[in-house]
Design a protein around this ligand. Structure first.
Ligand code: PGA
Length: 248
């Protein structure tokens, strides 16, 4: 089963207008083209700017989070309706920084995943265990709950709209990458859970990204694994030369 190789840069709370312009200027000068599905999740306020540039390269652009409500009196929130209306392609949901700093639970994230998919946007649903959970040999238990509770009751019409990002929390921003075998073991497990929910045919079509200190020097090894379909990249996606190398 061939799934499209997908590389998404999660820019978190970084970059400004000038740096974003320089980023795309570099890619233009380098006559960058790519065979992979590539994209960015910038800060929400930068989405329109990134979209202007992204079109030239065919990049997909998305948000780093969205509201668990549809619309209404929720000051400071970002609705999936507005994202759709602005022409955004996807939203991340459940990044570990949201789970940790904003106490987002699988139950809350279930509502977000549902709203994103209902708008026909791609949903990149992030899951992963902490170091403590790994050391207590709870990795698979945690992943199982994140998959089953986060996707509870959610039907998928088009399996390519749902993307799972496996990001072991201990590997995010730490320089410690999971070995390709550890990543493959987790991805296989996740695909088995998806098979239980959606059946073999659909589960085989769902892209599963690895995230956590992915760099140009380790991406090839990670992507050599059968169930690792791409990467969600933080730090190494902030510089255009390194992003270009990742896609190449
Ligand atoms: P990192 O971040 O590549 O800097 O480890 C990945 C992520 O948080 O998505």
């Amino acid at each position: 089963m061939s799934r499209p190789v997908t590389i998404v840069g999660n820019w978190k709370m970084n970059l400004n207008r000038e740096l974003i312009q320089e980023f795309f200027f570099f890619l233009e000068e380098a006559k960058f083209t790519t065979n992979v599905v590539a994209g960015f999740a910038p800060q929400a306020i930068h989405i329109p700017l990134v979209m202007q540039h992204a079109k030239k390269f065919g990049f997909i652009v998305g948000s780093q989070d969205c509201s668990s409500e549809i619309s209404g009196a929720y000051t400071g929130e970002l609705s999936t309706e507005a994202l759709k209306d602005m022409g955004v392609d996807f939203s991340l949901v459940g990044h570990s920084e949201r789970r940790t700093y904003h106490k987002e639970t699988n139950e809350l994230l279930n509502k977000k995943v549902n709203h994103v998919l209902n708008q026909n946007l791609k949903c990149i649903y992030c899951i992963g265990e902490t170091l403590e959970e790994r050391e207590a040999e709870k990795t698979f238990e945690v992943l199982k709950a994140q998959v089953h509770d986060g996707l509870k009751g959610i039907e998928i019409k088009d399996p390519s709209q749902l993307i799972i990002a496996y990001e072991p929390v201990w590997a995010i921003g730490t320089g410690k990458t999971a070995t390709s075998d550890q990543a493959e073991e987790a991805h296989q497990f996740i695909r088995r859970q998806l098979t239980e929910i959606y059946g073999e045919e659909s589960a085989q079509k769902i892209v599963i990204l690895y995230g956590g200190s992915v760099k140009p020097n380790n991406i090839k090894e990670l992507l050599s694994k059968e169930n690792v379909d791409g990467a969600l990249v933080g730090g190494a996606s902030l510089k255009a030369d390194s992003f270009k190398e990742l896609c190449e």
